[in-house]
Design a protein. Sequence first.
Length: 451
Amino acid sequence: MKKLFIKTYGCQMNFYDSDHMSNLLKDSGYTVSEEVKEADLVILNTCHIRDKAAEKVYSDLGRIKKVYENNHLRKPIIAVTGCVAQAEGKEITKRSPWVDLVVGPQAYTDLPKLIEKIKQKPDHKQINLKFPEVPKFDLLNFKSKKSKVSDFITIQEGCDKFCSFCVVPFTRGPEYSRSKKSILEEIKIMAKKGVKEVVLLGQNVNAWKDSSDEKKHFSLGSLIQEIADIDTILSIRYTTSHPLDMDLDLIKAHKYVDKLMPYLHLPIQSGSDKILRKMNRRHTTNQYLKIIELVKRYREDIAISSDFIIGHPDETEDDHKKTLAVIDEVKFSSSYSFVYSERPGTKSSELNNNVDDKTKKKRLYEIQKRLSYFQLDFNRKMENLIFPILITDKNKNNQLVGRSPYNQSVYINEHNLPTKYNNVELIGKMMNIKIEVANQNSLLGTLIDYA
Ligand code: SAH
Ligand code: SF4
Ligand code: F3S
């Protein structure tokens, strides 16, 4: 068997794509290896969202070259896929001429064919950045893909919203929803293989509409209901949602569908209406708060998380204070916050009034301090509560791991576990866990009983 080394950067959709790439290449005789040294094929599945993510790819490409050169190994075939591939195309092969293939996120089903071409003509770079007529989802083989107890499935991809700071509409292309039929087919296969939790993915997952329903009335809330009807699927999560696409169907699903976990990742990016306008987010802070209020009317205990961009051009101290005020108001259970990164080709990159690095860092520190405070506060509310928790994995210390309904990582104490099983056999079981200790980023619990 030939060996494939694959490294994934960026969002969960990229991880989903990497799993499918490895699966596609199995049929061409490649098995996955953790070692660059033994690889016949190297794939870097890349992310272009911030400058640092994209630059990391080039430093990794340099490191990979050193591995085979310093060890006098035969050069592996090297492919760059994902969002840097789509954004930079041929430029990659100019900057790193040892790259053989550049393949965009919608074209990777072509990889086996392109690899064959490289083998025949090693000096001929292969570049495919097409958005094919037949969507990639219709060409994937769900049956042979390996699955985990909690696994991802992309149901929506691309974006038409063009927020001024963001590269995604350029790298992933226009908004596309998979058909309900294709999604349910993949989930049913996943369920047969032992998947108990599905995480529905999309750049704007709640923009999903059934593409086979001409009136496009069939939206995420009703899809979730149909997934919940699959007996062996015990838990459903979804991410990332956009405030403009929050409809009542989805909000109601949080009340009526028991298997849907009470967690909503709804990025606001900034608490200042002026900055939201410059970002082209097309909603105000107040409209965002109204959505949260409505969601909580249907599901009082729901955990809300968000993304923030700190130091977008023209952000003043007053705008920054408004973001802090939104954090105080919503009391997010967790969040991601990033310093604004200027991206080529975006509208924001044309704005002049950039915030200096020192101010950005100061503001990021203040935002993260406030977010951490509310996260720990939220985590502490879990102490002494008992939750049914699906055991999804074990960590390096052989400790069992799952997620609370509110999406917190939960580590399970060793002492109460049934001795007739080893830990691996407990993965996939639903256990009632009493939370004993709340930490900043996780919870520690003890088994009460299990099914
Ligand atoms: N579709 C989602 C976000 C997907 S991108 C939404 O609209 O909310 C994931 C996150 O990356 C964004 O929420 C944003 O916080 C961050 N991000 C995107 N572009 C960025 C940039 N240029 N600089 C810093 N962070 C950025
Ligand atoms: Fe990027 Fe905005 Fe689309 Fe989200 S909605 S992916 S931030 S352009
Ligand atoms: Fe990155 Fe592309 Fe995802 S830019 S965040 S890998 S959609």
